[in-house]
Design a protein around this ligand. Structure first.
Ligand code: IDP
Ligand code: MG
Length: 152
């Protein structure tokens, strides 16, 4: 299917420290999305700088790098129909205070600097970010028997 996309999700250090990794993965799975890559990693400063390249120079950038490198994250490669948009909708708005109820950030977060999850925002960003976090062979293209019950 042409509209099947693979996107990068990070469960940020606050999500892992608060033992919300399972809850967040469950929400993605229940949406119908498929996990095609998953690992726990400690992001170093070099990777943080590359991942958040678009935010270099913004006032929150130093704090963001400090936070994302402070403790392990769970990196997920998530596949499904329109997964880039669907993941971001499932995550909710960047600032949890304006994120809708029913979203990860709207239900589980309070602070923009502790907003639990990252999701790629475009096909170009997804391809780039997946290549930062997953090597060749670490994304698994597997068949799921329920796929026909999730998408036509
Ligand atoms: P997104 O994560 O919803 O795509 P972006 O604008 O790409 O949001 O910002 C990246 C991350 O930088 C946010 O998830 C958040 O952790 C952090 N961030 C963005 N704006 C602020 C801010 O004004 N204060 C503190 N942290 C911020
Ligand atoms: Mg972003």
């Amino acid at each position: 299917m042409a509209d099947v996309q693979t996107t990068l999700v990070l469960i940020k250090p606050d999500g892992v420290q608060r033992s919300l990794a399972g809850e967040i993965i469950t929400r993605l799975e229940r949406r119908g999305l498929k996990l095609v890559g998953m690992k726990l990693i400690q992001i170093d400063e070099a990777l943080a700088n590359r991942h958040y390249e678009a935010h270099v120079g913004k006032p929150f950038f130093p704090g963001l790098v400090q936070f994302i490198t402070s403790s392990p994250v769970v990196a997920l490669a998530v596949q499904g129909k329109n997964s880039i948009e669907v993941v971001r909708q499932t995550m909710g708005a960047t600032d949890p205070k304006s994120a809708d109820s029913g979203t990860v950030r709207g239900d589980l977060g309070l602070d923009i600097g502790r907003n639990l999850v990252h999701g790629s925002d475009s096909p170009e960003a997804a391809a780039h970010e997946l290549s930062l976090f997953f090597g060749s062979g670490e994304i698994i293209d597997w068949e799921r028997s329920i796929d026909g019950w999730i998408t036509e």
